[in-house]
Design a protein around this ligand. Structure first.
Ligand code: DLL
Length: 433
């Protein structure tokens, strides 16, 4: 298998060697966390002292940290270093209330670029590549995070950011871009506009997509339309940003960098730690974060540790993410992830790439209505045609979700397009109860 390493020793560290390094770094992280009043209180109320944590085997003594805790510390309550040492701030837009603020020291930024450099090298990119970074460059971590990592590898970086899709396409063609990074939703939009512009984007060979859940069906479509090999990229602001976990050339699960993150999977209801092969919520303890150490941080993201060794030689992988525990919809008692709906829709040729799910409560019963665009070529105006497609979608959804849904076919290109993360669900049940 064709695999290149940026930092072979660290990327392939396993077994006792890994545990020793993780334990050493965990002890450092716990001492760093003890600089934060929240963690001093947490240790006190849990009846533990930093010295009680001698190895990763002791980690379960430490209570979890949640996003709510971070929000209560707004803006700088979680910083473990004086502001003088903080060289950058990013924030993540909260769905409610104040955003979560994350801070970085110079060393944090170096660590972060190292992570991105590992990922880019892992998928076969080198200083010969021309890299277009079509994500938001502001407070969102996707822009600057990838930017500095790609420069570290020596790639030619085009900081195109988002917007002006025609211009993005022109740049890909004129500059001979070989690698594209954006959200999968924006990649779909770029692909659609390129098609209309009559270009097949022949220079592109690698696509790196992340920041939101996306399915294997969407991967197939993107690969076909953009002519790339597409890789899944996972991260979150609290873990620096993108770069925490990434697919290798096997494209079967994401390698998380075990020397930098200690990973647990828990049952989100009970907090019980689950074993490999069991799906649950990802809990991470970053092991090298200086400005803003976190201990057992509940990500809200659903995945599992995979059991099989990867032929590329790196450590245990995470399965592709199936959504968040908090965006999981419970419809008439059935758990539904928007990514499952997306997976179904993308297997039906008559409907387009965009959809919007509305959840309502009608006569005390949950009703899910999905607006889906009918593709132009199937838009005959015949009612019987519409009914046929509608029934087909309803049947496919029932088969996959075990749930009856209402499907509303809407005109091509009538649903909103997103340059960043797509918003797929409007839950209106709170409005009616
Ligand atoms: O989305 C960082 C990022 C930027 C990752 C660019 C990848 C590429 P946040 O804005 O803090 O950070 O959002 C983090 O997005 O907890 C997941 O719920 C979701 N997410 C990120 N990547 C994936 C993925 C960035 N590959 C939140 N699959 C996370 C599924 C993802 N969900």
């Amino acid at each position: 298998m064709n695999t290149a390493y940026w930092n072979r020793d660290k990327e392939t560290l396993k077994g006792d060697g890994l545990e020793i390094l993780q334990s050493k770094r965990l002890k450092w992280t716990v001492r760093q966390a003890a600089e934060v009043p929240f963690y001093r209180d947490l240790f006190r109320s849990a009846g533990i002292a930093p010295a009680d944590i001698q190895s990763v085997r002791d980690i379960e003594k430490i209570p979890f940290t949640t996003k709510k805790d971070l929000q209560q510390g707004y803006p700088f309550g979680f910083l473990a270093v004086p502001m003088k040492k903080v060289v950058r701030i990013h924030t993540t837009s909260g769905t409610t209330g104040k955003p979560t603020v994350v801070g970085y020291t110079r060393r944090d930024l170096d660590n972060w670029s190292e992570l991105i450099a590992r990922n880019l090298t892992m998928v076969g990119l080198t200083d010969d590549d021309i890299f277009q970074n079509a994500v938001n460059y502001g407070l969102f971590t996707g822009g600057l995070g990838f930017h500095y990592g790609a420069e570290k590898v020596g790639m030619t970086v085009i900081p195109s950011a988002t917007g002006n899709t025609r211009r993005q396409i022109e740049m890909i063609d004129d500059f001979g871009v070989t690698a594209l990074h954006c959200t999968p939703s924006y990649a779909m939009h770029i692909a659609g506009v390129a098609e209309k512009e009559g270009t097949t984007l022949p220079s592109l060979k690698t696509g790196m997509f992340g920041a939101e859940p996306w399915s294997d069906n969407m991967r197939k479509i993107l690969e076909e339309k953009l002519g790339v090999t597409a890789y899944d990229s996972y991260g979150m602001s609290e873990m620096y940003g993108p770069g925490a976990a990434f697919e290798c050339q096997e494209r079967d699960g994401l390698h998380i960098w075990h020397d930098m993150y200690y990973v647990e999977i828990i049952d989100p209801d009970t907090g019980e730690v689950l074993g490999p092969g069991e799906r649950g919520e990802l809990v991470v303890t970053p092991l090298v974060k200086e400005a803003m150490p976190l201990l057992r941080y509940r990500t809200g993201d659903i995945t599992m540790l995979m059991e099989d060794e990867c032929p590329c030689g790196r450590g245990a992988k995470l399965a592709r993410f199936s959504g968040r525990c908090d965006d999981m919809l419970v419809i008439r008692g059935i758990n539904v992830f928007p990514s499952q709906i997306e997976h179904v829709l993308r297997s039906i040729p008559e409907v387009g790439d965009e959809f919007l799910v509305y959840v309502d409560r009608v006569n005390h019963l949950d009703e899910m209505t999905i607006d889906i665009e009918l593709k132009r070529e199937y838009f005959s105006g015949e009612l019987s045609d519409l009914t046929r497609v509608q029934n087909k979608v309803v049947a496919a959804l029932r088969e996959a979700l075990n749930l009856r849904t209402r499907v509303k076919l809407v005109e091509p290109e009538s649903l909103p397009r997103y340059e960043g993360k797509a918003k797929r669900v409007v839950d209106r049940r709170g409005d009616t109860v």
